[in-house]
Ligand binder design. Structure first.
Ligand code: TXA
Ligand code: MG
Length: 323
């Protein structure tokens, strides 16, 4: 049987069985493809870290089919309940206090007293999670530090033979990872990672989000350092382009002269741009270009997540924590 299966009911059943037996499966979500292991299976979770080349100090997100599956393992306060009600299923991850005596492998949380949890909206993810019946820990299914995969082909290119099965449901509709909000402290809501759910939508429900202050300890080890990066250097906020560069364009007015040009959204739509971001970064990462120039992208709405990913992809290479 092929390692990549079109995500029909049969393939989803097969994937659920592999997970239940302690295997690892790549599956689509509305944001990006994830690489899953059930949260109770220490060895499978360890394999997820190994296959990605991910530092074990960087905790994973647990994915659930419904709130009832999350209730025995984390504590929801009033804010968490409001956000879950408003935005689940969808691209929002909540970091919540872990309940004592639960079943979650400490590898998933990297030993932290909190757990990141999310209820994805992609129908294949939901069917798979419902069939497994347990929370599934799943980081993005890329090699650590690379752009996240938004197609099954990206997972194959990065992880190939190393996973037990890849469920293929075509491109992911959102294209950037979930927004991560830390509610583990009762008097503070911390935006740990801008993502597929715009900040303003969250603030409309629970009020202003805080951000980590300079000097404060990093609560999300995956959020420091270079990440999402192609092999060629990125040049951000490019207004003009050189002949040996590739151009990642945005909007209707595109400078001429690049060796290759791809446009995130010719009509300047940020949701369309987010959906294309990682795929186009991969596609422009070619031997025949010196660098990838990226046009300026507005910071509103999904633009906050897009600019965050670009900024981190443009950082100088370093071996530190990535995911
Ligand atoms: O959209 C997504 O969130 C995708 C799909 C597959 O669901 N998943 C994803 O996972 O992006 P990953 O592992 O690439 O990113 C998870 C982020 C990391 O930055 C990690 O450090 C942070 O969430 N995180 C996980 N658990 C945490 C915790 N207990 N406290 C703080 N940060 C946490
Ligand atoms: Mg990741």
């Amino acid at each position: 049987m092929s390692r990549v299966l079109r995500a029909d009911a049969h393939a989803i059943g097969r994937a659920a069985a592999i997970l239940a037996e302690g295997g690892i499966v790549a599956f689509p979500t509305e944001t990006v493809y994830g690489l899953g292991a059930v949260v109770t299976a220490d060895r499978a979770v360890a394999r997820v870290f190994a296959v990605k080349g991910r530092p074990t100090a960087n905790p994973l997100i647990a994915h659930v089919a419904d709130v009832a599956t999350a209730q025995p393992i984390v504590t929801f306060d009033a804010r968490a309940r409001k956000l879950a009600e408003a935005f689940w299923p969808g691209p929002l991850t909540l970091v919540l206090p872990l309940k004592a005596g639960g079943m979650v492998s400490p590898l998933v949380t990297a030993g932290l007293p909190t757990l990141a949890i999310r209820l994805p909206s992609h129908p294949v993810a939901r069917e798979l999670l419902a069939a497994v019946g347990l929370p599934v820990a799943a980081p993005s299914a890329n090699r650590s530090g690379r752009p996240s995969p938004t197609r099954a082909e990206h997972v194959e290119a990065d992880l190939g033979e190393a996973v037990d099965l890849i469920l293929d449901a075509g491109p992911c509709p959102v294209g950037v990872e979930s927004t991560v909000v830390d509610l583990s402290e009762p008097d503070r809501a911390l935006l740990l990672r801008p993502g597929g759910l715009p900040r303003a939508a969250i603030e409309a429900v629970i009020g202003p989000l805080d951000e980590r202050q300079a000097g404060e300890p990093v609560k999300s080890p995956g959020l420091i350092g270079r990440h999402y990066a192609p092999s060629r250097p990125l040049r951000l906020n490019a207004e003009a382009v050189d002949a040996d560069e590739a151009l990642l364009a945005f909007g209707p007015r595109v400078p001429a002269g690049a060796r290759h040009t791809l446009n995130l959204s010719p009509r300047g739509d940020l949701a369309e741009a987010a959906a294309h971001l990682f795929e186009m970064l991969r596609a422009l990462d070619r031997e025949d270009v010196r660098a990838i120039a990226v046009m300026p992208i507005p910071r509103t709405g999904l633009g906050e997540a897009i600019n965050d990913r670009l900024r981190r992809a443009a950082m100088a290479p370093e071996p530190a924590a990535a995911a």
